[in-house]
Design a protein around this ligand. Structure first.
Ligand code: ATP
Ligand code: MG
Length: 407
């Protein structure tokens, strides 16, 4: 009986990979695949032409490895597959095992050759292997809506056979595009914005502004929980917790209420930029969506961008709250975001913020502040925390020696 040699075949969208980008993309994807499975029994990640392979022969937990693929950005689709030599008898032997005891009223063979010098064409393979299945099972061929699809991918030295393949999350591997700093509140939007940047290949640093001791530390608890959840997509994260309460208090003393929200936002952007620059991030990202609240009008967004020396990306700018909420639910950040909390934006925030701040008005408001000192205070007060996922099992340590005094 044929020995089954399991593996996972990972496909990426080759069309999006132009020439020189490909080796970089593949390096990041391979590394991320290894990291995503780092707490499981070792998996060998191998680059093959047009796909990546995770060798699972002798692996104790193939299903656990397979599960991890759903959160590795850059994967177009993936499948638990079986490796065989590229000969018809070897393929048939494994197909026989795969369909054994299975009932399926219809099927199709989907053969692909990764190199064209293989002696049989895809059509001939489909026909030959299809006839084999028909000789073994009570079923019929249905090319349009088969109950079972048997995929056959022929490489020069070996073939991968598999039944189901699943869509991956798509996008680009985290790290391939560089680093951005995300302004992360405890709200629904900013975690989604951060994730969308990850999906375009960015590693994300998180910057959260809190108002301890003026408000309880709940916003930090939420920020940590959100970063923890998002770390499943990038494996390692840093969160910078910036004390903002004192800065807000100074703003309140000299800035008229309608201008405060935009002044706060401009201070946040300046502080986040300094942190970003110090840690190699090349852009900022926020969860703003046009028109959603007073600070998110075209005028106010322009006032915010005027103080930014790095690009500020707003991946949600054209999305409705409903679309953002659905995305947050899929990500599992929604439940965390809706936990009640007292965000710093609820502290000292006027009832009627100005929706159209002019450059002159904001300049006048800020002229009463020592902006450089406030920014420096925020940067200096920032506390860094790190997050890792998966959490590595604790190394086995010797039990501590009994130190109880021998009376
Ligand atoms: P969110 O749901 O992300 O909180 P929002 O719709 O509540 O967004 P605002 O409160 O106006 O909108 O905030 C706009 C953006 O400013 C946020 O998406 C976030 O990127 C940033 N921001 C707001 N408050 C904070 C904070 N306390 N710490 C870090 N960034 C913040
Ligand atoms: Mg908010």
């Amino acid at each position: 009986m044929a020995r089954l040699r399991p593996c996972i075949v990972v496909h990426y969208h080759e069309i999006s990979l132009k020439g020189g980008n490909r080796p970089l993309f593949l390096r990041h994807l391979s590394r991320n695949l290894a990291r995503a499975t780092a707490d499981l029994p070792p998996v060998t990640v191998v680059q093959r032409p047009g796909r990546i392979l995770l060798d699972l022969e002798h692996h104790e937990k193939p299903e656990a490895v397979l599960e991890r693929m759903a959160r590795v950005l850059g994967i177009a689709n993936y499948a638990l597959a079986w490796r065989v030599p590229s000969t018809l008898p070897a393929m048939k032997a494994v197909i026989a095992r795969l369909i054994e005891g299975r009932s399926f009223e219809s099927f199709r063979i989907t053969a692909r050759r990764a190199f064209k010098s293989y002696p049989l064409t895809s059509v001939e393979l489909n026909r030959e292997l299809g006839a084999f299945v028909l000789s073994r099972a009570r079923t019929r061929v249905d090319l349009e809506r088969p109950a079972l699809t048997i995929h056959v991918e022929v490489l020069p030295d070996e073939t991968f056979l598999y039944l189901d393949r699943q869509p991956g999350p798509g996008g680009l591997p985290v790290g391939a595009s560089g680093t951005v700093a995300a302004l992360l509140s405890g709200g629904i939007d900013s975690p989604v914005a951060a994730w969308r940047m990850m999906k375009r290949g960015c590693r994300v640093l998180f910057v959260h502004f809190h108002s301890v001791p003026y408000l309880p530390a709940t916003s930090q608890v939420k920020a940590r929980a959100l970063v923890d959840r998002l770390t499943e997509w990038q494996h390692h994260s840093r969160l910078f917790l910036v004390p903002f309460g004192e800065i807000q208090r100074e703003v309140v003393l000299s800035v008229p209420p309608p201008a405060r929200v935009v002044v706060y936002r401009r201070l946040m952007v300046r502080i986040a930029e300094a942190i970003a620059r110090a840690h190699g991030a090349l852009a900022l990202t926020t969860g703003e969506s046009l028109g959603q609240v007073a600070s998110q009008t075209l005028e106010n967004i322009a006032r915010i961008d005027e103080v930014a020396g790095l690009p500020v990306f707003r991946p949600l700018i054209g999305m409705d709250k409903l679309e953002i909420t659905e995305q947050a639910q899929r990500l599992g950040t929604f439940e965390i975001s809706i936990e009640p909390d007292a965000d710093c934006c609820t502290l000292f925030v006027p009832l009627h913020p100005a929706t159209r701040m002019t450059a002159d008005a904001i300049g006048a408001a800020e002229s009463r502040l020592d902006v450089a000192r406030l920014v420096q205070a925020g940067v200096d007060g920032a506390v860094t925390e790190t997050f890792d996922w998966p959490v590595m099992p604790m190394p086995k340590t010797e039990a501590p020696a009994d130190r109880s005094p021998s009376a």
